[in-house]
Design a protein around this ligand. Structure first.
Ligand code: PMP
Length: 395
């Protein structure tokens, strides 16, 4: 059948992934937030987004269990029909309160939060200017919109300034879209400069804080808080699937119009809402972020330990401290071999190949959790030395 011919190429690509296919890893069991069983052996999880280690938090598990008993396994409907429970509303109120903004909207995933927010914001007369390394969900969100879509060079304020300048009058109807902490390389957006530029051109700014919520800022609100620009950013999106340890997503804003997003957002309207257990686990994790700053302190302590360990091996892991560290490797085959070698030695990291990795590079992405022990971090460094550094053909 002609329709299925395209899968020949996919099958070919998959065969090329070799011995153990990195796209088909199965976590067969979990011993903790930072240790799983993979291919039958205990494996340190160094490639998750479990920044605060909350997936096994006792209070969260108890809250989820209670919600399962009291409200059942799922809502079986969308937010706009039967799927808004008191818990969804309470979570929205708590998120808005945390930011000090008038309202928040909860979506079923972070992916849906980006699609749904961009779909709500962008009409046929508008334009959107995305950082070229922005997450796929931000690009996909733009596809849902009739707006004109442009990109600017990653983390390059001068490029953004030029593009907005070229848009002329339209700059006043343009949404600039960036991430806070970028999830692949772990670098931060130059948000203060971007805020100044967008304000000068009369544009709006949307910040995806998926990797920075719970991680950056004194309260854990993200890069906008850390940089002191919370009053200047127009929309902030976050996900529950990283520091909060569940699934779902949200958008918050200082603009009252956010409360009307649901009426212009198909990804909000046409999908089932998060289950009551997910909502209560998320509310519990949010309380943990608000009341247990020691989790964030522990995350940064661990991030520093891993960074120092890798730097001492002579590896380049980005310019600024970050819980996400990327090791660039020579080519695709080398990156695959290194990824396989680390897994065989009991350390799971993320393999990023083009086009998922920026600038056509192949890299190993590592991420730190507050729940990693010192011994686990030292083991990640030891395995990296054996597999990556002592195999010079890989770097
Ligand atoms: N934005 C960014 C920057 C992400 O990295 C991700 C997920 N990796 C998402 C959005 C989507 O979030 P979720 O996986 O919770 O749907």
């Amino acid at each position: 059948m002609k329709l299925l011919e395209k899968f020949r190429e996919v099958a070919e690509l998959r065969r090329g992934l070799g011995e153990i296919d990195p796209t088909s890893v199965v976590v067969e069991g979990l011993n903790s937030a930072t240790e799983g069983i993979v291919n039958g052996r205990p494996t340190i999880l160094a490639g998750t987004n479990n920044y605060l280690g909350l997936t096994f938090d006792e209070q969260g598990i108890a809250a989820g269990r209670a919600a399962l008993s009291e409200a059942g396994t799922g809502t079986t409907g969308s937010r706009m029909a039967n799927g808004t429970y008191a818990g969804h509303r309470a979570l929205e109120a708590e998120l808005a309160d945390f930011y000090g903004y008038p309202s928040a909207v909860v979506f079923s995933t972070g992916y849906a939060a980006n699609l749904g927010s961009l779909a709500a914001l962008l009409g046929p007369d508008d334009a959107v200017l995305l950082d070229a390394d922005a997450h796929a969900s931000l690009f996909d969100g733009c596809r849902l919109c009739p707006a004109k879509v442009f990109t600017f060079r990653h983390n390059d304020p001068a490029s953004l300034d030029r593009r907005l300048g070229r848009l002329g009058e339209q700059a006043g109807r343009t949404l600039v879209v960036i991430e806070g902490l970028y999830g692949v390389l772990g670098d931060r957006a130059p948000i203060a400069e971007i805020v100044e530029i967008k304000a000068r051109h009369g544009a709006c700014l949307f910040v995806d804080e998926a990797h920075s919520f719970g991680v950056l800022g004194e309260k854990g609100l993200g890069l906008a808080e850390e940089a002191g620009v919370l009053d200047d950013v127009d929309f902030i999106m976050g996900t529950f699937s990283k520091s909060l340890g569940t699934t779902g997503g949200f958008c918050v804003s200082r603009h009252e119009e956010l409360a009307l997003f649901p009426y212009r957002s198909r990804p909000y309207m046409f999908t089932a809402s998060p289950s009551p257990a997910v909502v209560e686990c998320t509310r519990s994790a949010l309380r943990a972020i608000r009341t247990r700053p020691e989790l964030r302190a522990r995350l940064w302590r661990n991030a520093t330990r891993l960074r120092e360990g890798l730097t001492q091996l002579g590896l380049q892991v980005g310019d600024t401290p970050s819980p996400v560290l990327a090791i660039r490797l020579g080519d695709r085959a080398g990156a695959l071999a290194a990824w396989n070698g680390m897994l065989r030695e009991g350390v799971y990291v993320n393999l990023m190949l083009p086009p998922a990795a920026p600038a056509g590079s192949s890299l190993l992405r590592m991420s730190v959790s507050a729940a990693h022990t010192d011994a686990q971090i030292d083991e990640i460094v030891r395995v990296t030395r054996r597999v990556v550094v002592e195999s010079p053909e890989l770097t």
